[in-house]
Write a protein that binds this ligand. Structure first.
Ligand SMILES: C[S@@+](CC[C@H](N)C(=O)[O-])C[C@H]1O[C@@H](n2cnc3c(N)ncnc32)[C@H](O)[C@@H]1O
Length: 198
């Protein structure tokens, strides 16, 4: 579905600027040298982190998206190590200072524990995880994301899943998004930034 969506459109679906959460919270990458951007799409977030000087690895299942991510990096004068990979085929034993998961809510409650376990595994002890997505209110707004209530996050869910880490930010809020053609208008968002114990 995603490859079809990307390849039938010659634009950057979510734009070329990073997600607002990265733009507005540059401190998230403080102290990090390496980052993994999972399901990174067309590279807006990985390229932004590379521009901040991080050594960035990324993957996505869509070859078209990964091609565009590499083009975006070239235009920005940086390089990223971007691979075509299914989530389940990624080597989750590789560890990074910062793991970035932005809008990865294609999984429901059955697969979510494994998805969160993979994100935990990719984050070095002492490193940080940044998870950003939608809350339930987003179903009503309909301005992006899957229209599936059970895939949405709550603060309680994320506090439970990462309560054994040091939570640096956990916030649910509304904001107007203007990201490409896909995320436009009022959105119900949630951010988690958590540090894995050293
Ligand atoms: C909503 S987009 C977000 C893209 C990017 N994180 C961003 O914020 O611009 C979701 C991305 O997840 C990718 N994706 C979905 N299922 C995946 C899977 N099983 N393995 C790898 N990538 C996947 C899609 O190809 C798509 O690029």
């Amino acid at each position: 579905m995603w490859e079809d969506r990307y390849s039938s459109d010659d634009r950057y679906l979510f734009g070329t600027e990073p997600a607002h959460v990265l733009r507005e919270n540059p401190w998230i990458a403080n102290g990090a040298s390496t980052a993994l951007c999972v399901a990174d799409g067309e590279g807006r977030n990985s390229v932004s982190l590379a521009r901040q000087g991080l050594d960035v690895t990324s993957f996505d299942l869509s070859p078209t998206a990964i091609g565009r991510a590499n083009d975006l990096a070239t235009t920005a004068g940086v390089s990223i190590d971007a691979s075509v990979s299914q989530w389940d085929e990624w080597d989750w034993s590789r560890r990074f200072d910062l793991t970035v998961a932005i809008f990865v809510q294609y999984t429901g409650p059955d697969q979510r524990p494994q998805q969160f376990a993979d994100l935990r595994s990719a984050t070095k002890p002492g490193g940080r995880l940044m998870l950003h997505g939608f809350t339930l209110q987003q179903i009503e707004y309909g301005t992006g994301g899957p229209p599936v209530a059970e895939n949405m996050y709550t603060e309680e869910m994320l506090a439970d899943a990462f309560g054994d880490w040091n939570i640096l930010r956990l916030a649910a809020y509304d904001r107007i998004q203007d990201s490409g053609n896909a995320h436009v208008g009022r959105a119900a968002l949630i951010d988690l930034v958590a540090e894995r114990p050293a």
